[in-house]
Design a protein around this ligand. Sequence first.
Ligand SMILES: [Zn+2]
Length: 257
Amino acid sequence: MIRLFRDKDPGSPDIRACPVCGQSGARPIGRIKTNVLVSLERGEYDLAQCQACELIYISPQPSTCDLRRMYVETTQFDNPVYTDPARVTGIMEYMSACLARILQRTSRTANGVVSVLEVGAGLAWMCRAAKSLSPKNFTVAQDISPEAAERCPWVDLYLLKDIFEHLVDPIAVIRRCKSLLRADGVIFTTAPHRPIGWRKNSQGVSLWESYSYNHVPAHIQYFSKKSMRALARKAGCTLDYWSHAHEQGQAFEAWLR
Ligand SMILES: [Zn+2]
């Protein structure tokens, strides 16, 4: 089915409300096909941008069944994107630098013991960075996928827990993290931002289709600084730091406190 959006202005009522600020009438960007190597219930999604907070997200919300197929019933971590030695070195350098900046900003010394809880951890890179900084640092990781848990000796406690009721609800995730956070703790998030060349009011999905982080529908939303600030406010946090300088703007880093 081909759908034309040009005659729908300012937004399409068919697109779900923004999962961060709740605003309806999102600006449609286009239709984007699923591209994960597993058979799913739905083959394509609308990609849309919230006109209030700038969040870019897919609509409708992926079903629990499809999320389970992608995250539990497939293997992800055999992929060279996770195992190539140069890639591993690059990720570890980045995560170690992030941890060093967080410790500096929160006036912690590298000698003090740090506790890390990594949510949706996969191969638990931040836990690995903390353990390589000091073996005394305490690391806990959570993920739904069992395949990573046995591969992470740098994790003291690996929790295989289902958080699907929260996966599609960023406010619930950050609220829960905030409730677990020490007074001087930091919620560190890094995730896909925008494809190279994307501008605020760009149209069409061609840049997204060639974006290395385009995993439809595993990646459900793409934050901007404005939408991250809206999320922080809804979750009772403040946005302490934002950067999308990493990977030519393809990924962002945010700290919430
Ligand atoms: Zn919004």
